[in-house]
Design a protein around this ligand. Structure first.
Ligand code: HEM
Length: 410
């Protein structure tokens, strides 16, 4: 085994039961189909061998099982497989251009080239490993990380402005109405950033971390992966005002939602599709309590399923606005189309959810119906809309940097 390879396997050593830190084998997602089939175009830790031995179109597919990642013994098994494969490739005995191994309930991880392939080849592996670890400890974290990316991108583009801490002389976005006591996941991003700064200083932006972590969160919840575009810069400032203005409120009607999205160049369809992120995660009673008493604050609950209404009234009866309800009552942690199924039966949690199916807009209703009829259409569209949202640029002329610490500018 060459020095580089040995170092590569050395990089896998934290992948033990020692702590929260374990490396996955590096990957970028490219979905092949809806049942978690991903192809590995590049195996980052074995890049020295693979780049020599593989032809341009050769695909190595290695299944990776998330359930294995916490297990030292099974991790060792995977390492042995990798060694075996690298030896096979190194000796020129490549018999197949597609290699698939399924580890238990097989989540297949895709590896491909990206912006950081040369400058920080471990970047995506490090990010995935922290996200995977955080989600295994707290399943809701997948939703929280996904939302973090949304709240970043909707405020002057995807530039990690949402991550900046307030200081005595600076008021950032964390205390804006939609974010305060609501956004989560900052510590996960801190951990990722610290690891990346150790592996490749000032190379991977916090905004790219948010985008990759959002993708990984979707994948870990059962959604499709996609290849994340990278190269975002981190902002030098933040805007609490824009956070308050741009991020739609939970009692918004369709017209307001459409306007909010269109102001940023996202379509009505993007709005309905991205709202499907509410297939995972939770909301505080405070965000929907106005629905629980009919026409309180002008918000009607006439479209609400009666059983659902009563269960929420009970849940929130303690007058504790921080009590949490699942955004998708049917499959709260799985990234699927049940959010839309719920809407058709009057079980949308937020007003802004329910109006997509029972509001006054035929277009949103039709898209909801399409996603109910065709679950894979939703998964595919979601991927595309996330790519659009993830590429929202900061205003022209804004300078950026690669922050060392995501909470402060350099
Ligand atoms: C369409 C307009 C949207 C509105 C009005 C809205 C509103 C909300 C509200 C009020 C919450 C609950 C927050 C809390 O209780 O603290 C929430 C949660 C969430 N939102 Fe949205 N949202 C919208 C769009 C989106 C989009 C586009 C995404 C992502 C692509 C997203 C992802 C999430 C996720 C995953 C959660 C759960 C977070 C967690 O459990 O920590 N939302 N949203």
């Amino acid at each position: 085994m060459g020095i580089k390879t040995a170092r590569a396997f050395g990089g896998l050593m934290p992948f033990t039961t020692m702590g929260t830190k374990h490396f996955v084998f590096g990957r970028t997602m490219e979905d092949l189909d809806a049942d978690y089939e991903y192809k590995i175009e590049q195996f980052l830790y074995l890049r020295p061998q693979l780049s020599v031995l593989t032809s341009k179109n050769t695909t190595f597919s290695l299944s990776y099982c998330r359930n294995l990642m916490a297990s030292f013994y099974l991790a060792s098994f995977c390492m042995m497989l990798l060694i075996k494969f690298s030896v096979t490739f190194a000796s020129g005995n490549v018999v197949s251009n597609k290699l698939e191994k399924t580890c238990i309930d097989g989540v297949t991880i895709a590896l491909s080239f990206g912006l950081y392939l040369n400058s920080c080849p471990e970047a995506e592996a490090i990010i995935f490993s922290w996200v995977e670890s955080a989600v295994s400890q707290d399943p809701r974290m997948a939703a929280s990380l996904l939302r973090l990316h949304f709240h970043d991108c909707f405020v002057n583009g995807c530039d990690a402005s949402v991550l900046l801490d307030d200081t005595p002389s600076f008021s950032g976005e964390k205390t804006a109405g939609p974010n305060l006591n609501s956004l989560r996941g900052f510590e996960v991003i801190d951990n990722i950033k610290a690891d990346l700064e150790y592996a490749c200083p000032q190379t991977v932006s916090c905004a790219d971390i948010l985008s990759i972590a959002a993708r990984d969160s979707v994948v870990l919840s059962g959604g499709l992966g996609w290849q994340v575009q990278m190269g975002r810069k981190d902002s030098l400032t933040a805007s609490k005002t824009a956070a308050n203005n741009n991020i739609p409120g939970p009692n918004s009607n369709v017209a307001t939602l459409v306007t909010n999205f269109q102001n940023l160049g996202l379509s009505l369809q993007d709005m309905v599709t991205l709202s499907g992120a509410h297939t995972i995660g939770k909301a505080r009673c405070a965000t929907f309590s106005s629905r629980l008493n009919n026409n309180n604050a002008g918000v009607s609950n006439s479209e609400m399923n009666l059983d659902f209404l009563q269960s929420l009234q009970q849940l929130c009866s303690a007058n504790n606005n921080t009590t949490l309800a699942n955004l998708d009552d049917m499959t709260p942690s799985t990234f699927d189309n049940h959010y839309y199924v719920n809407l058709l039966s009057g079980k949308g949690l937020l007003v802004s959810d329910q109006v997509l199916a029972t509001g006054d807009d035929d277009n949103t209703r039709e898209i909801v119906q399409n996603y109910v009829d065709d679950p894979s259409m939703f998964l595919e569209d979601f991927k595309n809309s996330m790519l659009k949202m993830g590429s929202l640029p900061p205003p022209t002329g804004t300078n950026g940097e690669i922050r060392v610490n995501c909470r402060v500018i350099n």
